[in-house]
Design a protein around this ligand. Sequence first.
Ligand code: SAH
Length: 265
Amino acid sequence: MKDAHGWVKIAGLGPGDDLLVTPEVRAALSEATDVVGYIPYVARISERPGLTLHASDNRVEIDRSRHALKMAAEGRRVVVVSSGDPGVFAMASAVFEALENGPLEWRDLQIDVLPGITAMLAASARAGAPLGHDFCAINLSDNLKPWSLIEKRLRLAAQGDFAMGFYNPRSKSRPEGFVKTLEILQQECEPDRLILFARGVSTPQEELRIVALSDAHPDMADMRTVVIVGSSRTRIISCDRGPILYTPRFTPDPAEPQPAAGDHP
Ligand code: SAH
């Protein structure tokens, strides 16, 4: 019989630092009977009596989602964890895919998505404000989509002069994808376009590197790195404490004469 008190909360744990876990996510974890997720993310959850941790390997997102929904239908309070935000290349869509294809009674369950701080926003904040104007996010993994689509989106985003955030930039199993990504950027952008490689943001291993496109190498990225490519307007302010990378909020209309400095606060 269905217990009315079961629920699923799909929660984002942020980029790594406990200070960046929201109070809403903390509260959900303190009420949970079960936590479900990929092994390294479940490892971030403190054990306590009454809480069962269910860690599973990568690439079993739909099985993991079905398991979570099934436990909630049995009356358990289940938190599904992702790193960053659960709606960004993560578990929220997987749970809804399982819901859409699962038994109709699962649709009566209480299911909430609890946002978290996604990697590109954490990296952007560390570096300054490279995403201060229009931007987009692209997952460079071709596990779930064809490479031809990634290439098309990269070219069009570059031609649209968006700043871009790249997730899953380079894995050991597909090292050639990021080589091709840099080649496409070199074809579409000027050589001094600024690129931020942000690795392990908000963890003890954090490492930030800002380079010009002409100096970018494929081995500057791995699966713990989020890459932010600036727009043509993105620039650096040199400061004693290190460079500040930012994109101005104002972009002039190329068809109109340039306004005098100071007209746009
Ligand atoms: N849901 C996550 C993204 C999952 S995809 C989020 O919102 O952040 C996994 C990718 O996220 C990694 O390959 C990397 O590109 C990025 N990532 C996650 N945590 C990161 C961190 N602390 N620092 C830099 N990149 C990170």
